[in-house]
Design a binder for this molecule. Structure first.
Ligand SMILES: C[S@@+](CC[C@H](N)C(=O)[O-])C[C@H]1O[C@@H](n2cnc3c(N)ncnc32)[C@H](O)[C@@H]1O
Length: 235
């Protein structure tokens, strides 16, 4: 798959409101304080752990690992450019391992490896929190070809959820909902920037045609609920 560069590049996913709502949700799932050791797998620009680092002043700086280093990655965290599996092999221990909107980049076998290493990397009572787009009735605004690609990816996610349930066993599942309200122009720019992985392999022609569809299909202000499934595992 081509690299995903604009996921959290000035989108609702990097907005203060989103991160603050996400933080509120996190607090319902796990205890956070200055002693918490956090690892964010597939951290992107590390907006989330950067927020948490500022808020909790973790004694051990939060660590973010991503296979890709983006120019404007946050500086107040420890960023490691690495394949997550290789990083976990180093054997560091954490209280919270976040894997947000990243599992779809892994094959079944690689995901099993990732989960096994993640479990081994947890301190007692540590948590793994996995977030991924909800697969049924997803509300992400799409054009036809994009929807087709997204559905293919969500099908794979459903399969990966089964793999996760089988591997982690004692898990808890819930949903994180975020109400997105974005101008159509801004959303079109996100599509041009191929913000989501289901756009990565489309041709320029398909993207331009899709933008035409979005212009026709949606009002000037686009509102929808962005829902993530959260799978929580406690050691
Ligand atoms: C959709 S983004 C999610 C970013 C961030 N977690 C968030 O929710 O805002 C997925 C990220 O996973 C990263 N990624 C993909 N495969 C990876 C791997 N094997 N190891 C580490 N990071 C990976 C991508 O480079 C990308 O930044």
């Amino acid at each position: 798959m081509r690299p995903l560069k604009n996921w959290d590049n000035k989108t609702w996913l990097s907005s203060e409101k989103y991160i603050s709502n996400f933080h509120k949700f996190l607090k319902t799932k796990t205890l956070l304080n200055k002693n918490t050791k956090i690892l964010d797998i597939g951290c992107g620009r590390a907006n989330i752990i950067s927020f948490l680092q500022k808020k909790y002043r973790f004694k051990n700086m939060a660590i973010g690992v991503d296979i890709l280093r983006n120019k404007n990655t946050k500086k107040n965290i420890l960023f490691k450019k690495s394949n997550a599996i290789n990083f976990l092999r180093e054997g560091r221990k954490f209280d919270l391992i976040l894997i947000k909107q990243t599992i779809h980049f892994f094959s079944k076998n690689k995901l099993i490896l990732l989960l096994n290493f993640a479990k081994k990397s947890l301190n007692p009572k540590g948590k793994i929190l996995i977030f991924s787009l909800k697969t049924k009735n997803n509300k992400i605004p799409c054009f036809k070809k994009m929807k087709h690609q997204l559905n293919k990816s969500l099908k794979k996610d459903e399969f990966l959820f089964k793999v996760i349930r089988k591997n982690l066993k004692k898990i808890n599942e819930s949903n994180f909902n975020y109400e997105v309200n974005i101008s159509k122009n801004k959303y079109i720019n996100m599509i041009k920037n191929r913000y989501i992985s289901c756009l990565l392999n489309l041709t320029k022609k398909e993207i331009n045609k899709g933008i035409g569809e979005i212009k026709f299909k949606y009002n000037n202000q686009i509102k929808f609920t962005d829902t993530l499934k959260c799978i929580s595992f406690r050691k």
